[in-house]
Design a protein around this ligand. Structure first.
Ligand code: BDR
Ligand code: CA
Length: 307
């Protein structure tokens, strides 16, 4: 039976891969897509999701959510994702967002669900946290929370913090405290999903549909920065979806994660105790390794199924 999910995202070049991977995969039933401001403002992330859903010919409701974090200032990542979030690759406009606000919709879907729902977060965690803090009892309808966020070593938004965690650390702390299993694809994991020009060439050869073409065009705009010595860029967000579809491609470790919510230079850091140094109870499963060949074959094969 397909895993029912709500996908919370902020496209975002790598979000675009995650959204289309989810829509292309029969192992997953996307009940709703909720959207936050993140990589770029909500005024771009929302139409970006609508365009991607339309490109895939999918019939999934898309809801607008938070355009800012619970506390603190909103920051974007236009250096990586471009000012429009998709590297300037213009997609045909999609439809209209469905009526309702993300947090309300997440609660409604959970309340009405006959099977527990998996929450997948690949954006600042604001929408998911707002849903759970306004009706905490609904956490029992959450199967698990799968997030692309955090890092056990250095960050990418700041030396200490990963972008999604940095953009709403308080929201992320709410998720760790909600009592449901949390699975983390951190920067160390997503570094193993290093997308090189050779991967893009293979994708283009594997599928000639408009979705594959758009994704390759979008990914080709992502700057190949110094982190990987110009070799490629990490496809962060699809790792969270790939884990749901093919967990055997990953190894995992149960850990204790504490959020740094202070105002200092480590704000937004996910302090991950991988070696039981604190003795505190586990509150997350951290994805540690990924089989890159398996990951890129899965991605290529699934995306080639789309129109
Ligand atoms: C995360 O931040 C965003 O820039 C990406 O879309 C991804 O969700 C990586 O740190
Ligand atoms: Ca994202």
């Amino acid at each position: 039976m397909a895993i029912p999910i709500i996908l919370d995202c902020d496209p975002g070049t790598d979000d675009a891969f995650a959204v289309l991977l989810a829509l292309a995969s029969p192992e997953i039933e996307v009940l709703a897509i909720t959207v936050a401001g993140g990589n770029v403002g909500l005024e771009c992330t929302l139409p970006n999701v609508l365009a991607l859903v339309a490109l895939a010919g999918a019939d999934v409701p898309v809801y607008a959510g938070a355009d800012r974090p619970l506390l603190g200032a909103f920051v974007n990542e236009t250096r990586v994702h471009g000012v429009d979030g998709l590297g300037g690759v213009a997609l045909p406009a999609g439809g209209e967002p469905a009526d309702g606000v993300a947090a309300d919709v997440i609660r409604r879907v959970l309340r009405e669900a006959r099977r527990n729902v998996t929450l997948v977060g690949i954006a600042p965690a604001t929408n998911l946290a707002l849903a759970l803090i306004t009706e905490p009892a609904l956490a029992e309808k959450v199967e698990r929370i799968v997030l692309m966020t955090g890092a056990w070593a250095e960050g990418n938004a700041t030396p200490a913090a990963e972008f999604n965690a940095f953009n709403d650390p308080e929201a992320l702390a709410v998720l760790f405290a909600c009592g449901r299993p949390v699975v983390l694809a951190t920067l160390e994991l997503t570094a193993q999903a290093l997308c090189t020009p050779a991967h893009l060439a293979r994708f283009r050869a594997a599928g000639t549909g408009r979705c594959m073409r758009a994704l390759c065009d979008i990914q080709a705009t992502v700057p190949l920065g110094p982190r990987f010595a110009g070799a490629g860029s990490a496809l962060h967000d699809p790792c969270a979806i790939a884990w749901l579809i093919r967990p055997e491609l990953f190894t995992t470790r149960d850990c204790t994660v504490t959020m740094d919510l202070g105002p200092g230079p480590s704000r937004g850091r996910t302090v991950i105790d991988r070696w039981r140094r604190t003795g505190a109870p586990f509150n997350a499963t951290v994805l540690e390794t990924l089989d890159p060949d398996g990951f890129f074959s899965l991605l290529g094969e699934r995306l080639a199924r789309l129109p």
